[in-house]
Design a protein around this ligand. Structure first.
Ligand SMILES: Cc1cc2nc3c(=O)[nH]c(=O)nc-3n(C[C@H](O)[C@H](O)[C@H](O)COP(=O)(O)OP(=O)(O)OC[C@H]3O[C@@H](n4cnc5c(N)ncnc54)[C@H](O)[C@@H]3O)c2cc1C
Length: 363
């Protein structure tokens, strides 16, 4: 009897699975991709869209086309819950689907737990589609009030610089980077480069946590209040709510626990990769770089699980290259203890990013 493989989420790793299926379909297997959006916005290019370097369609991978090429049914809807004990997924609209094997690549949410606010007062950078929609609406209002970017990671630096490039000099932009400062776990030279770049772009840097956001102000832990019209949250990853109550074994932060072969520790018919997975390695950060690397292992191991073959281990690289765009067709690169910058770094990033989107859009 034919088996049912469900790919939940069109994240980086599941893109590789779809590509592999397009080249080499699984015999006697029905495949379904579940995604709330037809297009996957590539996060590496999102700041470039804000800066005005790309159209939104240039940053998007058409999941429906890729699914069709892979022979997969495309369900254009979010999953609302997973019942791993009964191998069932409840979808938006109330329908339920069953699976024999499930590959979860739903990414992460943006951390909101430390900030008191109503959801309408903040604009999380993920999901990228909702961010893009709300940012477009903000730009259309013509509001030139101050903008706050909350978060001390590379993503928040990229966005603050992109906002400056996209909106020009007339607007006040402040980055609230927390008391530990920018990218605290990275080497000092990189931190200095990022800080210098923000200052150069006329972005004010506040080294305090944001505690509360209301309709008109951002308030820090020290009690300082800053007027704001638009508050971007780039506060780092948080486990996706969908995994709660799924019956799957989760780590203490709520991420799906998998072994080195990306297989769930509690349910061997479930595999997971990317930000939503909790892997048995210490030095692995949640980033697109690692999600992409897990893609080929996920594709091979899905095949192995479906055909009772041998599973392969994911071996994380010791160092990852990050290229951080700084708004003006200029970027900063970092690899281990080294960092570098220039227009050539942006050109390199632009080439890699465009190639990535083109690769999965060519179906
Ligand atoms: C502004 C910004 C810039 C970044 N730049 C870089 C960079 O240059 N390099 C880098 O390595 N990392 C970068 N990152 C981090 C990177 O975006 C993430 O680590 C990466 O996207 C994780 O990939 P993923 O495959 O786990 O999930 P994602 O790429 O987030 O994909 C998850 C997918 O799951 C879908 N999904 C979510 N919920 C559901 C649901 N309930 N049902 C069905 N589908 C669902 C989503 O629609 C999406 O298609 C950046 C992040 C941000 C915010």
């Amino acid at each position: 009897m034919s088996k049912h493989l469900v790919l939940l989420g069109g994240g980086h790793a599941n893109l590789h699975v779809l590509e592999a299926l397009a080249h080499d379909p699984l015999e006697d297997c029905k495949v379904t991709l579940v995604s709330p959006w037809c297009g996957q916005i590539y996060s590496g290019m999102l700041p470039g869209w804000v800066a005005g370097h790309y159209r939104l369609d240039e940053c998007q991978i058409p999941l429906d086309q890729l699914a069709a090429a892979a022979g997969a049914d495309f369900l254009h809807t979010p999953a609302c819950s997973i019942d791993a004990n009964h191998r069932r997924i409840c979808l938006g609209g109330g329908n339920t689907i069953s699976y024999d094997v499930l590959a979860v690549d739903i990414g992460s949410a943006i951390r909101t737990d430390a900030i008191l606010c109503e959801p309408e007062y903040v604009v999380p950078v993920r999901p990228a589609q909702l961010f893009a929609e709300r940012y477009r609406r903000f730009v259309c209002t013509g509001d030139s009030g101050p903008i706050a970017v909350v978060g001390g990671g590379m993503g928040s630096v990229e966005l603050a610089c992109a906002l400056r490039a996209g909106l020009g000099q007339g607007i006040e932009i402040t980055a609230f980077v927390g008391r530990s400062g920018l990218v605290p776990s990275h080497p000092r030279p990189l931190r200095a480069r990022l800080l210098h770049t923000l200052q150069n772009r006329d972005v004010a840097v506040i080294t305090d946590e944001v505690r509360r956001v209301d309709a008109t102000h951002v308030e820090t832990r020290a009690g300082r209040r800053f007027p704001t019209s638009f508050v971007v949250l780039a506060t780092g990853p948080q486990a996706p709510h969908l995994l709660h109550g799924s019956g799957l074994k989760l780590d203490s932060a709520g991420y799906l626990k998998v072994d080195a072969c990306l297989r769930s520790l509690s349910h061997p018919d479930v595999l997971a990769a990317g930000d939503c997975a909790s892997l048995p390695f210490d030095k692995i950060t949640r980033s697109g770089v690692y999600a992409v690397r897990q893609g080929s292992v996920l594709a091979r191991n899905i095949r192995a699980v479906m055909t009772t073959g041998v599973l392969h281990r994911f071996r994380p690289q010791r160092r990852a290259l990050y290229l951080i765009s700084t708004g003006t067709r200029h970027a900063i690169g970092t690899w281990g203890p080294w960092s570098f910058q220039g227009e050539w770094v942006w050109k390199w990033k632009d080439l890699i990013d465009r190639q990535f989107v083109r690769r999965f859009s060519a179906y």
